[in-house]
Design a protein around this ligand. Structure first.
Ligand SMILES: [Zn+2]
Length: 419
């Protein structure tokens, strides 16, 4: 059980912020939230209170799209577009993860960095290597990161060093699923993207997802060259999304990264099926893919969450991802002749936190019964010419933080980081 005291900030609804100044956030012995209170309820008199003074206690982040084996190539190859970038930098880097010692070293570091930055839930791509994927899951579990990890499937167009045969891919996926025995980190079916998977493999992955009731993650309509390539590969499909739908890889537990160039028809298909759009603003900018119309997608009622998409994205911190999201939405507004509008800080923060809660079968914000996922932020080193409101401090924190500003991180009701 935890009783935290401080300025408590959460996002109960898209665009709304709940602030309880010098309030109490309480979780039970199972790590579930009991509630947020302005004064300590009588029954907790005499219990230990972790008093964080004037610091900000806010929902921690869910990074719903990132590639673990690309962590060592952060900030590299940023002058290339998607397909060239994959072939020149990404695939050769990922091929190294056949080495389990290397995987252990890099994934240990990545898991700690995620926690230090206040990311407590993820939906993550590993590489095609089964052993390295299990090592990644183990390191995340040990560090306190919750969520989903996928062994990547790719049986074509990966080059000599990063490709499985169809049989190997299916066999290794089934073995991996049997060996996944983690409490907080679960498997997710992960066809890399349509150009990486033969029809036979896609069909089999759809069956495996259904049989084991597993969620699915992949990429969709990121880059115009990619979309043209998918059309060539699937002349029977009018649009990219149909190549997933055709093989039962399209439902309300499906995460599709990017969707930068999705047509109205593709967006409607996502809305109708309950598919999540994972918006990766920094990556779409770095790889010159485009600017996804997120404001429009929200207006149309789509489910939108955020991803750092390292290493297409250049920052692991979801604070930076939220700031990138706001900036990208402003660029989109300019492109739309100031007619589409842009995301406010509250809206973008919601997308980086509460919007993903439904994927984990939870309600928005610090709702009663949710597992407690939060971080404690100290902004006292920053300067200002007047006293700032908690809301102003919250806004500033998305753009600006001193080193080690995050003082504590709680994941699934456990203190997993504390300095
Ligand atoms: Zn990606």
């Amino acid at each position: 059980m935890l009783i935290l005291k401080g300025n408590i900030i959460s996002s109960p609804k898209f665009g709304e912020l709940s602030i309880v100044e010098h309030g109490y956030l309480i979780s039970d012995v199972e790590g579930k939230i009991i509630g947020v209170f302005s004064t300590l309820p009588k029954e907790y008199d005499g219990k230990e209170v972790k008093d964080y003074g004037d610091k900000l206690i806010m929902q921690s982040f869910s990074d719903m799209h990132l590639h673990a084996p690309q962590y060592p190539m952060l900030g590299m190859g940023m002058d290339l577009q998607l397909i060239d970038w994959l072939n020149t930098y990404t695939f050769p880097t990922e091929a190294n993860f056949k080495d389990n010692d290397l995987a252990r070293k890099i994934y240990h570091r990545l898991a700690l960095e995620l926690i230090k930055n206040g990311t407590t839930r993820v939906a993550m791509f590993s590489s095609l290597h089964k052993e390295a994927t299990l090592i990644l899951m183990d390191e995340l579990e040990k560090a306190g990161v919750c969520g989903y990890v996928g062994k990547v499937n790719m049986d074509r167009n990966g080059g000599v060093d990063l490709e499985e045969t169809t049989e190997e891919s299916i066999k290794s996926t089934n073995e991996w699923l049997k060996e996944c025995k983690f409490t907080h980190v679960k498997p997710i079916i992960t066809p890399r993207f349509t150009p990486s998977c033969t029809n036979e493999l896609m069909e089999e992955l759809g069956k495996i997802a259904k049989e084991h009731d597993l969620p699915i993650q992949s990429h969709l309509s990121e880059n115009t060259g990619e979309i043209a390539w998918v059309k060539e590969l699937h002349p029977d499909c009018k649009e990219y999304w149909e190549t997933y739908k055709k093989y039962n890889l399209w439902n309300d537990k499906t995460l599709m990264a990017h969707c930068v160039h999705s047509s109205l028809k593709e967006r409607t298909a996502m809305k109708d099926a309950g598919v999540y759009v994972v918006h990766c603003a920094a990556s779409n900018n770095n790889l010159i893919s485009g600017v996804a119309p997120i404001k429009l997608m929200k207006k149309e009622g789509l489910r939108v969450v955020l991803g750092s998409d390292i290493a297409g994205g250049d920052q692991l911190s979801m604070f930076d991802v939220v700031a990138s999201t706001i900036k990208a939405s402003k660029n989109r507004d300019i492109m739309d002749k100031w007619e589409s509008g842009f995301l406010s800080v509250e809206e973008a923060y919601y997308l980086g936190t509460s919007a993903a809660n439904s994927f984990f079968n939870e309600k928005e914000g610090f709702a009663k019964g949710n597992k407690l996922h939060c971080l404690v932020l100290d902004d006292s080193d920053l300067v200002s010419v007047r006293p700032l409101s908690v809301k102003e401090r919250f806004e500033r924190s998305m753009y600006l933080r001193e080193k080690d500003a995050i003082k504590a991180v709680i994941s699934d009701g456990r203190i997993v980081y504390n300095i």
